[in-house]
Design a protein around this ligand. Sequence first.
Ligand code: AMP
Ligand code: MN
Ligand code: MN
Ligand code: MN
Length: 282
Amino acid sequence: MKEDIIISADLHCHSTVSDGVLSPEDVARRAHANGVTLWALTDHDILDGVPAARAQAEALGMRFIAGVEISVTWAGHTVHIVGLNVDDTDIALVEGLRHIRSGRTERAQEMARRLDAMGVVDSYQGALSYVSNPALISRTHFARYLVDRGYCSKLQEVFSRYLGERCPAYVPMQWSSLEQAVTWIRQAGGRAVIAHPGRYDYTPTQFDALFHEFRELGGEGIEVVTGSHTPDQYREYAAVARRYDFLASCGSDFHSPGEARLDLGKLPPLPADLTPVWHDWN
Ligand code: AMP
Ligand code: MN
Ligand code: MN
Ligand code: MN
């Protein structure tokens, strides 16, 4: 991509096809209105929003990249791997994603039982009322229900008291393996990126192993600037990108106007010495 064109990239966000609250078309409109020139929709474990997102982006004259955020289990914790510039019709990727999201309904029912034991009533039906795609019920939908019913004041609080990894209503999942996710992405012509590394609960030794294994498998990028990182973490993961020779990515991780730490397109620039993940996309 030519150096003299100013690129405002936002390569991580969600629509109603997963746990966002705006349709793919409305996410495209908001990104464009906020000045985004290179945009990827990256719903959780599903590519169904891509055709509508692409059509709307093209209508607005905004460069579009097909993306997905894949749930992975690595060393007993969930890691999110973003796949960028994938062929959204690739059969192995589409079927692989269908397989990993297939346990979500059962997991949601178990979450609801545990929430019930903690005094949160009717949360399965409650969460469902926030779900727009029945194939993709997530903790975010439960969290919105708990906030709107007054059990918690903020989404963050739901995750620290009820649904986070160390909480009583947390139901562990076996998502895909790191190898599987990176392989699906690469075979669909895409580039694999570790999403929001600052959010994972790993020791420094585990992080080092994760980054090495990811690179060995053909993973290429890491998110440096994301709505999930503090400015200190921008610097920390810029250093990681340099140390492991990763391409750098950036994305708001936008889900909803009312929930955003960073709005679509409102990202500080990546450090100039890093190679952006889009450097060779023409
Ligand atoms: P799930 O894929 O069902 O495990 O849900 C994961 C989603 O929950 C993430 O993609 C976020 O949207 C949301 N989430 C996880 N942790 C937090 C948090 N601490 N605060 C707000 N949202 C969170
Ligand atoms: Mn989400
Ligand atoms: Mn994520
Ligand atoms: Mn995300």
